[in-house]
Design a protein around this ligand. Structure first.
Ligand code: MN
Length: 713
């Protein structure tokens, strides 16, 4: 473990202005707060942040990054809060620590994150300051270096797999070759120890065969360059077991040549020197066709620049050579970190967010290879999202610009519908406030709350929009529905009826409504006229007005008078006595038939009267009759079989309804009386069959009426 003095000296070594005091305080603070916690290795926990800081000094990162590394696990693993860190080390540091903490929390989610590719993008998108990502990568490097101490093989493999799928590509993406190689090799060691061992054995064998060979080649290259006056640093480097392994996998070949295991590097002063060195090599040695690549004029997406060429080198060995300047070399090794180093002077202390991400994207954009950059476009799309956490740590992805209301709906529709407020990172915020990457959002709800139409103005997610719109429509409909109910209530009252669910229930089909509310809403919106509904329930209403004019029915006096006038029936034999059957009470409008009875004359029955069965054998007694209704003022008696609820006022209701429909009760006989019902026969004087049908419809609509049928006996 790196000692305090050593760490501070290292930072001071490359950055004379580094805040020595803050570095010392961070070192001691991390040590104190992690206290007696231990790592799987048995080491004290605080050795981990100190090692991570040490790794970052190799990248010559600024003191803020180093301090962040020292503090990076405090918020997640101890009681230390961000506020405490801010008060001790300032806003910049607390923001960076917060960033790393969020990535760590994200990491904990990663088991459920199926798609490594998306997860990498997520990490990138969340690392608003590239230093956050650098600390996280160094964190992973150290965790991988100490992976072997973790007891569970499953856990080791999971972490190694995750490193290979997510962190190594991420390191490559931002150009950190060193991190990438180490992460891959450590993962490889865990995931395929046999494969790695076999490659190492083979490498050692090859190297023992040509131990001096690489030195020989380096010297030969140096001599050639010196002859042409190019000042250069030449070195040979063994490829990593993992890169050899993947090459073997992809190309399905065995490795036996020097070019398979060694790469030679020439570092020169200027870009011009790069091309001069290339010219020299191509003049002195044979060129392997198809191996030359100019990444100087066309850098790789991650900012990598170099000339690559393949030669038949000294001793007729095939070799690969990379030519680059010192700056290019730094970028190749350190990637974004090197980039950061050169731009250090431009960094503002208050640390503008997104600034580094934008720079990273700039680097990524400088590419001519569309294939490699397909991915980048996806990355940009990814920038359209914002990632927040529930208090339990679940990750919620939302469109950028999303508000607490969007978040609430994303959690659950019901949470959205009832949300009244939100806490972001523990502080109450307005519902319309935009959320930031990594915010922890707690939604406050109230059962009495309902979605506000105003919300529609500021939510951005489709789900929230749809739910709110639906609710607003529902609310609107409720209002229309209530209005419609009031209108109907009034129209019914004007005609002297009570509006009841029962009354309306039978008309739903006619108005193509599924529920009463639908019908009310239709009336409220004016799509259906209240009077139409009234008539549908009480068909008699339509005719009542007309009847009042044409047929000012006044009960018994009129009935008495009727007896003296001729019956409005066609087909009678003049002079023959006629009377209506008491079994079926035929009414005008109904089909009728006459039965001749000797000494009694003609009895008029309805065509469906059951009594007629007894005359089936004597067809000679039947005569065809029909109503002759022109100008008729005759009244007729219809008999109804009615069942009403046995409750106060039910008989009153019955007579009121019949009266309103201009019917006159001439006789009423209760035939059965139970605890719950009255069963009765009611004789009603009406104008015709339709008049009686209207009355029956009105009765059926009455809540107290259980059933109404025309009596058939
Ligand atoms: Mn850590």
């Amino acid at each position: 473990m790196m000692r305090q003095v050593e760490l501070v000296e290292r930072v001071k070594g490359y950055d004379a202005n580094a805040d020595e005091d803050a570095l010392n305080r961070a070192y001691v603070y991390a040590m104190k707060m992690h206290g007696s916690q231990t790592r799987a290795s048995g080491d004290p926990y605080f050795s981990h942040p100190i090692e991570v800081a040490g790794i970052l000094t190799e990248l010559k990162l600024d003191h803020s990054s180093i301090i962040t590394a020292l503090l990076h696990d405090l918020v997640e693993d101890t009681d230390v809060t961000l506020d405490q860190i801010e008060s001790m080390f300032g806003r910049d540091i607390s923001r960076l620590v917060d960033g790393v903490t969020k990535l760590t929390r994200l990491e904990l989610q990663s088991e459920q994150t199926q798609h490594a590719e998306n997860f990498r993008k997520l990490l990138l998108a969340m690392s608003e300051d590239i230093r956050v990502l650098l600390v996280k990568l160094a964190d992973r490097v150290h965790n991988m270096r100490t992976l072997k101490y973790i007891e569970s093989a499953d856990k080791r493999r999971r972490i190694a797999r995750e490193t290979m799928d997510i962190y190594a590509p991420l390191a490559e993406r931002i150009g950190m070759q060193g991190f990438k190689d180490e992460l891959l090799d450590l993962s490889f060691t865990e995931l395929n120890p046999e494969g790695r061992a076999s490659i190492l054995t083979r490498l050692e064998f090859l190297q023992s065969q040509g131990d001096d060979l690489s030195n020989l080649i380096v010297e030969d290259l140096k001599r050639s360059l010196a002859k042409d006056g190019v000042e250069a640093c030449v070195s040979g480097r063994r490829k990593t077991p993992y890169s050899i392994w993947t090459k073997m996998q992809h190309k399905n070949i065995a490795f036996e040549q020097l070019s398979d295991i060694m790469a030679f590097r020439i570092v020169v002063g200027t870009v011009e020197d790069c091309y001069r060195a290339l010219g020299t090599l191509h003049a002195h040695y044979s060129v392997v066709p198809g191996r030359f690549k100019d990444y100087i004029s066309t850098p790789k997406p991650n900012g990598y620049r170099s000339l690559h060429t393949g030669l038949i080198g000294p001793e007729r060995h095939r070799i690969e050579v990379q030519i680059r300047t010192r700056d290019m070399h730094d970028v190749a090794e350190l990637g974004v970190a090197a980039h950061w180093k050169y731009k250090q002077s431009e960094i503002k202390i208050d640390g503008r967010q997104y600034r580094w991400l934008r720079e990273l994207l700039d680097i990524l954009e400088h590419t001519a290879n569309p294939e490699e950059f397909l991915e980048h476009t996806k990355l940009e799309m990814f920038q359209d999202q914002v990632f927040c956490f529930t208090p339990k740590g679940d990750l919620i992805a939302l469109p950028r610009g999303a508000t607490a209301v969007d978040f609430a709906y994303a959690v659950h529709s019901e949470v959205g519908d009832t949300c009244v407020g939100a806490k972001v990172n523990g502080r109450i915020i307005p519902l319309r406030a935009g959320l930031e990457n990594g915010d922890q959002v707690e939604i406050l709800t109230s059962r009495t709350q309902t979605p506000s139409p105003d919300w529609e103005q500021f939510v951005v997610s489709g789900k929230a929009k749809a739910r709110i719109r639906r609710f607003v429509h529902m609310k609107e409909r409720e209002q229309y529905s209530e209005l419609g109910r009031q209108i109907l209530l009034k129209s019914f009252r004007e005609e002297g009826y009570e509006l009841s669910d029962k009354a309306l229930g039978g008309t739903l089909k006619k108005f193509k409504a599924d529920t009463l509310d639908d019908l009310y809403a239709a009336v409220g919106k004016g799509n259906t006229a209240a009077r139409e509904v009234l008539i549908a329930v009480y068909p008699g209403v339509r005719d009542t007005a007309k009847r009042r004019q044409l047929w000012p029915f006044r009960g018994r006096s009129r009935a008495n008078k009727a007896k003296s006038t001729a019956l409005p029936i066609k087909g009678l034999i003049p002079g023959m006595a006629v009377h209506y059957a008491r079994c079926c009470h035929p009414l005008p409008g109904e089909r009728i038939v006459g039965i001749v009875t000797t000494g009694k004359g003609v009895t008029v029955h309805t065509i469906d009267c059951e009594t007629l069965a007894s005359f089936e054998d004597t067809p000679e007694r039947w005569i065809d009759l029909a109503w002759d209704l022109a100008d008729s003022e005759e009244t007729h008696t219809g008999r109804l079989h009615v069942v009403v609820a046995n409750e106060p006022g039910s008989l009153g209701d019955l007579s009121t309804i019949i009266g309103k429909n201009l019917g006159n009760i001439s006789n009423l006989k209760i035939t059965n009386r139970s605890l719950d019902f009255f069963e009765m026969l009611v004789d009603v004087e009406v104008q015709d069959a339709k008049h009686l049908t209207d009355i029956m419809a009105a009765l059926r609509a009455a809540p107290v009426v259980i059933s109404v049928e025309k009596a058939r006996r």
